[in-house]
Structure formats: structure tokens, C-alpha cells
Design a protein. Structure first.
Length: 385
């Protein structure tokens, strides 16, 4: 199972590191390896959230995500995206931007750093909307009950998440963005941050809204497929795999790609703290992206999100933390190790809480006490941290 899921990642890792060592020696090998670890640590929460969406697709669209999607993730976000930033910001052609990255890496790094406020605002608002819609949604399990239960009740107010996101964007643009960090100093990026943040919000609403719309259109078809699958099980035949297909799956695919892009912003920008060599960055971050895809597939195939009920909570809290960090880095630099540690810590804590929940549930199921004892155990089981 592990080799089947991670085989391509292992192969790409070996080829990428060998390529780096052959052309750039042990220095290139070491930098590419470090960047790979950086990308995996920063994007583990991405894999968990991806798995939550991917498991709703059928086998065909899962394969599309793992083939075309990985091409977009590796070549689009890790190679083309940094070049596109330079091309747009410096008003250069793509070829000139690549030449600039190769011949004058310091200037290339400066241009990307100066574009960071706009990138952080766009990605931060997109990720913030994901977190707010999750935390305001009513769900069966609550990881932090004292916080999530009242917020889920507030979530019944229409447009609350959008309103709160706009308030946060306005506050960011009028405070942090007035003295935004840039290469060699600070500058007023208020209007840039405001426009980029609104663009990120609109992107989320359009892509997420379309995918949700087409999903609702297919609910009746899915229900019929589920009934057919149950009937097949009762008759002893192999049930047909059920998953979202057609337009719904297409827009879910778009949603996943935009989500991956938003997660990639901090990795691409953070890579400049290690190197400004464009090809080292592409190799290292690309290898990391392969593992993120493999982890996503592993979580889906193993049914990990169903077994560990708080894992998705931890990933969304990590998304909220990443969104906050992106907005804060408009003014202040935050080391990538801190960002990665927060994400891994939150997911690790949610994993531990899930194990604890499973143990308590098993103990409650095996218990032979009266109704009072069972109700007490059940109340413990439904609590997270």
C-alpha cells in the first residue's frame, strides 16, 4: 500500500536529488532536500483538507487530480508562478524573467519580495474563508466544544463569514499594509492589499459557490447510487464506487487547485529565505508537492479522516493559523519554521485527540453499566480537547 501510494514520490525524489547533485554538486543536493522537507512540513494540513474534498469525487476525477493536478502544482505554482510574479511586477516577458532569475538572482528575489503583500493578501483571504466557513458550520463532532458550539450557532447568520473576512481585510489594509515589509525597507501597500484581498475573497466565493451549486444538483443522483450500492451489498455483488462526477467534480477540482495555490504562497516565498536559485526552488518544492499529493491519496484510501474524527478540525485550525500568518507577514517577517511547526503541532494534537476519542468510544461500547454510566461515558466521548 505504501509503495503503491508513495512510489512516484520516491522515484521523483531520487531523480530530483540525483539531478541536483549531478549539475550543482552537494550544495545543490542539500538545498533541494531542505526545500522538500520545508514544503512537506508547511503543506501537511493542505493534504488533510485535500483528502476531505477528494474523497467526494469518483475514481476518474481523483485520477485527474493526481495527474493533471500535480502538473499544475509542480510546474505551475513552483516554477511558473514565481516567474509570472516577476514578469508582471517588472513588466517583463516570461523569457526575460527567467533570464533575470538566472543572471541576477538578487534582483529577482527583490521583485518577488516586493510583491509579497499582494500575494499574502490574496492567499490569506482565500484560506481565511475556508477556516471561517468550517468553524461556523454545524457538525457532529466538536474538537474544541466551548468555542465551536457557540460559533456554529452564530454561523446561522447569513453572510457572517464574508462580513468578518472583510472586516479583517479592512483592518489589515489600514494597519499592517500602511508600513508593509518590502526588500530593503517598508512601503504603503494599503490599496494593493485591499484589491488583492478582495480578489482572493471573490475567487473563493466563485469557485466554492459553483462547486457547491453543482454538487446540490447531483444530490439526488448520488442518493440513487448509494441505494444501488446498498442493494448490491445485500445481494452479495460488488458495489459500485460512489463519488461526485461531472460539473460538480470539475469545480471541486478547480477548488482544490486554487486551494493548493493558496497553500503554495508561503512555501514559494519562504523558499527565498533558503535560496534564490529558481531551479533549486522548483526541484525542492516540486518534490514536496509530490509527497503532499501522495499523503492526500493515502488519507483517502485508508479512510483516515473517517477513523480520526478530529484530524480535519486540526487541519482547518492550521489553515486559520496560516491565513493569519500570511496577513501578519505583510508587515513583519515570520520564520518558516514557526509556520511549519504550528501546522504540524495542531494536526498532531488533533490526531492525539482522535485516538483518545476512539479509545473512549470503544470503552463506552464495551461497558456494561447502567444508563447513567453510559450517558456519562458518552458525554466524555463527544468532547475533543
Amino acid at each position: 500500500m505504501v509503495l503503491r501510494t508513495f512510489g512516484w514520490s520516491f522515484g521523483v525524489t531520487a531523480a530530483g536529488l540525483a539531478f541536483a547533485a549531478y549539475f550543482w554538486g552537494w550544495t545543490g543536493f542539500a538545498v533541494v532536500a531542505i526545500l522538500s522537507v520545508l514544503e512537506i512540513s508547511l503543506s501537511f494540513d493542505n493534504a488533510v483538507v485535500n483528502a476531505g474534498v477528494l474523497k467526494r469525487m469518483n475514481a476518474f476525477w481523483q485520477k485527474i487530480f493526481l495527474t493533471i493536478g500535480i502538473m499544475i502544482a509542480v510546474f505551475g505554482m513552483r516554477l511558473v508562478f514565481p516567474v509570472a510574479i516577476v514578469a508582471v511586477t517588472a513588466q517583463l516577458g516570461p523569457i526575460e524573467a527567467v533570464q533575470l532569475a538566472m543572471r541576477e538572482p538578487q534582483v529577482y528575489e527583490q521583485i518577488v519580495t516586493d510583491a509579497h503583500p499582494a500575494i499574502a493578501a490574496f492567499g490569506g483571504m482565500f484560506l481565511l474563508m475556508i477556516f471561517l466557513n468550517f468553524i461556523f458550520d454545524e457538525r457532529e463532532h466538536h474538537w474544541v466544544p466551548w468555542l465551536e458550539r457557540p460559533l456554529s450557532r452564530l454561523g446561522r447568520i447569513d453572510g457572517l463569514s464574508v462580513c468578518l473576512a472583510l472586516i479583517i481585510l479592512l483592518t489589515t489594509a489600514t494597519t499592517l499594509a500602511t508600513v508593509a515589509h518590502q526588500y530593503g525597507g517598508h512601503a504603503d501597500k494599503s490599496s494593493t492589499v485591499m484589491l488583492a484581498g478582495i480578489a482572493g475573497l471573490i475567487t473563493y466565493l466563485v469557485v466554492g459557490g459553483l462547486s457547491g451549486h453543482f454538487e446540490s444538483k447531483l444530490e439526488e443522483d448520488e442518493e440513487r447510487e448509494h441505494e444501488a450500492a446498498e442493494a448490491a451489498k445485500r445481494s452479495g455483488t460488488q458495489p459500485t464506487a460512489v463519488g461526485v462526477a461531472g460539473k460538480a467534480a470539475f469545480f471541486l477540482f478547480l477548488y482544490l487547485e486554487v486551494l493548493d495555490a493558496s497553500f503554495s504562497f508561503d512555501g514559494v516565498i519562504g523558499a527565498f529565505a533558503i535560496t534564490n536559485h529558481i531551479f533549486w526552488m522548483a526541484l525542492g518544492l516540486g518534490i514536496g508537492a509530490m509527497y503532499v499529493r501522495s499523503i492526500t491519496v493515502y488519507l483517502v484510501r485508508q479512510g483516515t479522516l473517517d477513523e480520526y474524527v478530529y484530524l480535519e478540525h486540526g487541519a482547518h485550525y492550521a489553515i486559520g493559523a496560516l491565513a493569519s500568518i500570511l496577513l501578519i507577514t505583510i508587515r513583519w517577517e515570520i520564520h518558516e519554521v514557526i509556520t511549519g511547526f504550528i501546522g504540524v503541532a495542531l494536526i498532531g494534537l488533533s490526531f492525539y485527540s482522535s485516538l483518545r476519542y476512539n479509545r473512549l468510544r470503544a470503552a463506552a461500547d464495551d461497558g456494561d453499566g447502567g444508563d447513567g454510566g453510559n450517558s456519562t461515558k458518552q458525554s466524555k466521548v463527544t468532547s475533543g480537547v
